[in-house]
Write a protein that binds this ligand. Structure first.
Ligand code: SME
Length: 157
């Protein structure tokens, strides 16, 4: 597959429906985890132009920054800390419409206003999280949750 994305306008669902087959194409035949995570962040950033899209990977007792697109970010997050560490601890997707209302939110970037964090779960264990930040409040909903969960399930961890 050529490494060119087709970017479309349309509803959020239409954008994900266009993107997911392309992500499958990018992942096809590639087994390197970092390469795959990197291309997923690139594809999501290109289509949606969010402030920050990236992965944190579970290493021992903390999350460590992985491939991302966007401003520089904090490198290590303890379990239960911030939105990412809470998603890891609860083993569920967290949608935060206004990060200022989330106790313990870790402000890696002061312009982040809303956030969704999707855990990557393999064999019932969280191995990482996908974190997406927007510079506007209330940008994420059940549609993002559904499609982002589908996308993280495509990753051959
Ligand atoms: N806001 C996150 C930290 C990661 S940065 O947003 C990239 C959190 O509260 O866990």
């Amino acid at each position: 597959m050529a490494e060119d994305l087709t970017i479309i306008t349309g509803t959020k669902a239409e954008q994900y429906e266009s993107l997911i087959p392309q992500i499958k194409g990018l992942l096809q035949g590639e087994t390197d985890l970092i390469a795959n995570l990197a291309n997923i962040t690139g594809a999501l950033k290109e289509q949606f132009n969010w402030l920050w899209v990236g992965f944190y990977l579970v290493k021992k007792d903390e999350l460590v920054l992985g491939p991302f697109q966007g401003p520089v970010a904090c490198t290590r997050i303890k379990k239960g800390r911030g939105v990412c560490g809470s998603s890891w601890e609860k083993e569920e997707t967290l949608i935060v419409p206004d990060v200022n209302m989330f106790p313990g939110h870790i402000a890696c970037n002061s312009t982040s206003k809303s956030e969704i964090v999707v855990p990557v779960i393999r064999n019932y264990v969280v191995v990482g999280v996908l974190d997406v930040d927007s510079s506007e409040t209330d940008q994420f909903d059940a549609t993002d949750q559904r499609y982002l969960e589908e996308i993280v399930n495509l990753i051959p961890f």
